[in-house]
Write a protein that binds this ligand. Structure first.
Ligand code: HDE
Length: 710
């Protein structure tokens, strides 16, 4: 009988191989690694030939030319020359992790999606976070949208929810995407600025695109400079559909809510973090997962029917609008936990291919024109980036459920079915068959209309929700928006573009517009921009839109930086570390020398950073535990003074013992001791400090320091 032809994944290689008497373990891609016993494998070419000398190329005589029959050299260099694949045209810089999604309760009433049928069901997941505009090597703390792309390997196929940390988008139609991205990325003649929107082209495009105003309020807010990937929300952005077994549809918007609450950094802090640790976000995720502090998000959904959609102030198909949580409360339906870093960044994070059109039965699209355009784009981009149509053969992209189809051949085909029949229908009763009952059926929506290039009237109000976002922010957050706009527009060389932007701000909030105009030094106030809809609605504030209102109120998952010197009070130091660890937060020690310091009890305390390498911008709060004998030396270090001055400027809590007063004085704040600068020794000192840390920032200080003062 002929062998059955199937396209099911074949992992028939032995897990352990022996080559040249050395026991090797086979990795996911078939590659070989040393076994735990620690034997060293023999280096081979990619063809498997053992290599005798990997340090010297073959040549004629000691000072003569190289010879072309050095096949090992040729192969090694050839492969190296081809190591790179094109970086993503957007979202090039990213970082991913594995984990799982756990369903709380069955959602069968709303969707037949297999992953939502059984309470407690776990579905493997891979998540890639990213910035949008910067190249692969750019810094993590760019002011930018963050990608939040989730691949769920369900039992009925991969579901990719390719979202962002901001629930709305710049444009309403995918046809404008290339222009938006061209304008945002580095300018084509000079190739700068890198990973920044603070330049003429971006603000020129934006100021000519009123639909972007709502999203611009978000990108100028602290949402665009998150403290950690673990402390930000994710959003599906578009309206999708759940479809149940009876083919009934419910509209759905997806929200990922971080268990540790929201938190961002200050712009001045972001700028300094980019210099001190350009990998700040990826290092943070790596450290959290490697130390067993697995980040977690709850998946919440806003569910609504056509009746709600018809009565809502805005069009639910318009991706520049959101549905305020106060109007439609999101329902928790499951949790996402990230608990494993990839073994290999390239194989997994770089080669993962997210596609909005990857949906299992039970999830369907709405007519959001941006979503529909995206469904077209993502397959195309994978072909370019991954080099051929077989990118689903890569382990990171392959489904983890049984799969069977008649696709064959192509570059780098790794999974090659056997047997004769490679088509259907066939009369050999061979191969897979379509299943009208199990398969993905589109929701049978009735569609009609005249074919035309147009934008619906219902998409025309570009300012009401932009204003709603602004008025929903706390005073410090509003100051930051004004300061960010001022900063960005100050980098724009063309005065007309600055003025055009201010004319839009006038349609959002007059005080905001006036503040920015004054800070920019505009000679006169422009007229408000022409608006497609004459009357802006004054919508109620939505506290769910503020980061400060949705902070964690505890220090869990955060980091305290403790500046120590020789002679540090050992009891105080150990007590502080213990109290912080009890909050499930971590401490890192900064010392004059990375080798460490000798504490008051004679013990050697190792440091994580030297003062120059561990600026306070890397921490959520700081403590100064010094000693009378070492403080004089410390105050001579500019980096130590900056450590304290920056922590103060960035509104961080500062704990200290009395010996550190000269350092506070050197940083210029000995006379400005406020509610956020707390003495640690003495009755209740430590516990008061640690409980205050949960507030994360001393916002009351901000008006008195320069940053954020717009
Ligand atoms: Fe994307 N986007 N996008 N995008 N997008 C890509 O696909 C595109 C949009 C988002 O970590 C590309 O694999 C178009 C909205 C994320 O690998 C590309 C439009 C949202 C990622 C593409 C949008 C996103 C991408 C480039 C306008 C939030 C990174 C590389 C209609 C809801 C995924 C790639 C990862 C990546 C196209 C707009 C999120 C070119 C045409 C809106 C998180 O296909």
């Amino acid at each position: 009988m002929a062998k059955k032809r199937t396209a099911v994944s074949t992992r028939d290689e032995a897990d352990i191989a022996t080559i040249h008497d050395v026991k090797l373990r086979r990795g996911a891609g078939g590659e070989l690694h040393q076994t735990a016993e620690g034997e060293t494998p023999v280096l081979t070419t990619a063809q498997g030939a053992p290599v005798a000398d990997d340090q010297n190329s073959l040549r004629v005589g000691p000072r003569g030319p190289l010879v072309v029959d050095d096949f090992h050299f040729r192969e090694k260099i050839f492969h190296f020359d081809h190591e790179r694949i094109p970086e993503r045209v957007v979202h090039a810089r990213g970082y991913g992790a594995h984990g799982f999604f756990e369903t709380y309760e069955s959602l069968a009433a709303y969707t037949k999606a297999d992953l939502f049928q059984r309470s407690g069901e776990r579905t493997p997941a891979f998540v890639r976070f990213s910035t949008v505009a910067g190249n692969k090597g750019s810094a993590d703390l760019a002011r930018d949208v963050r990608g939040f792309a989730v691949k769920l390997y369900t039992q009925e196929g991969n579901w990719d929810l390719v979202g962002n940390n901001i629930p709305v988008f710049f444009i309403q139609d995918a046809i404008k995407f290339p222009d938006l991205i061209h304008a945002a990325k580095q300018e084509p003649d000079r190739a700068f600025p890198q990973a920044q929107t603070a330049h003429d082209n971006f603000w020129d495009f934006i100021s000519l695109t009123p639909e972007s105003m709502h999203m611009v309020m978000w990108t100028m807010s602290d949402r665009a400079i998150p403290r950690s990937l673990r402390f930000m929300e994710g959003f599906g952005v578009h309206t999708f559909r759940f479809v149940n077994a009876k083919d009934e549809s419910t509209f759905v918007k997806f929200h990922w809510k971080p268990k540790l609450g929201l938190q961002s950094v200050a712009w001045n802090e972001a700028v300094k973090i980019n210099g001190a640790d350009p990998d700040f976000h990826r290092r943070d995720l790596w450290q959290a997962i490697q130390s067993g502090n697995f980040p977690e998000w709850e998946l919440q959904v806003q569910l609504f029917d056509q009746g709600f959609a018809d009565s809502f102030d805005f069009d639910v198909l318009d991706p520049t609008k959101l549905i305020p949580e106060e109007i439609l409360k999101p329902q928790p339906i499951g949790r996402l936990v990230l608990d494993r870093m990839p073994d290999n960044f390239f194989a997994e994070t770089e080669q993962v291919a997210f596609m909005t059109q990857n949906v299992p039965p039970g999830i369907d699209f709405s007519n959001d024109p941006l979503l529909q355009g995206r469904n077209f784009s993502y397959l195309d981009t994978q072909l370019k980036r991954l080099g051929g149509p077989n990118f689903t053969h890569l382990p990171i992209n392959a489904p983890k459920c049984p799969f069977a189809h008649f696709q064959q051949d192509g570059h780098m085909a790794m999974r090659n079915p056997v047997g004769r029949v490679n088509y259907q229908p066939n009369s050999f009763n061979d191969g897979p068959r379509q299943s009208p009952t199990h398969g993905h059926r589109p929701f049978p929506a009735e569609e009609q209309g005249t074919k035309a290039r147009l934008r619906p009237e219902s998409f025309a109000d570009h300012y009401s929700q932009a204003r709603q976002f602004f008025v929903s922010q706390t005073p410090p957050e509003q100051r930051h928006i004004a300061a960010a706009l001022t900063f960005e527009l100050s980098k724009v060389e063309t005065p007309a573009i600055r003025e055009r932007m201010v004319s839009h701000l006038l349609n959002i909030d007059e005080t905001l517009a006036t503040t920015v105009a004054q800070k920019l030094g505009l000679q006169s106030m422009p007229k408000p921009a022409d608006a497609a809809v004459a009357t802006r609605q004054d919508l109620d504030p939505s506290p769910a839109l503020s980061i400060v209102e949705n902070g964690p109120k505890r220090f869990e998952g955060r980091k305290l930086g403790i500046l120590v010197t020789d002679g540090v009070d050992a009891k105080l130091l150990n007590g502080l570390i213990k109290a912080v660890n009890k909050e499930k937060a971590v401490c890192e020690l900064i010392a004059p020398k990375v080798g460490g310091v000798t504490a008051s009890d004679g013990s050697l305390v190792k440091a994580h950073h030297m003062v120059d390498g561990g600026p306070s911008v890397l921490f959520d709060a700081v403590a100064l535990l010094t000693s009378a004998e070492a403080i004089d030396d410390l105050v001579t270090e500019a980096a130590a003074r900056d450590f304290v001055a920056d922590a103060f400027q960035h509104c961080k809590f500062i704990g200290y013992d009395q010996s550190a007063m000269p350092l506070l004085a050197k940083a210029g704040i000995a006379d400005a001791l406020d509610e956020g600068i707390l003495a640690l020794p003495g009755e209740g000192g430590l516990s008061r400090f640690v409980s205050e840390l949960g507030r994360l920032r001393v916002w009351s200080r901000e008006p008195s320091v320069k940053f954020g003062k717009a």
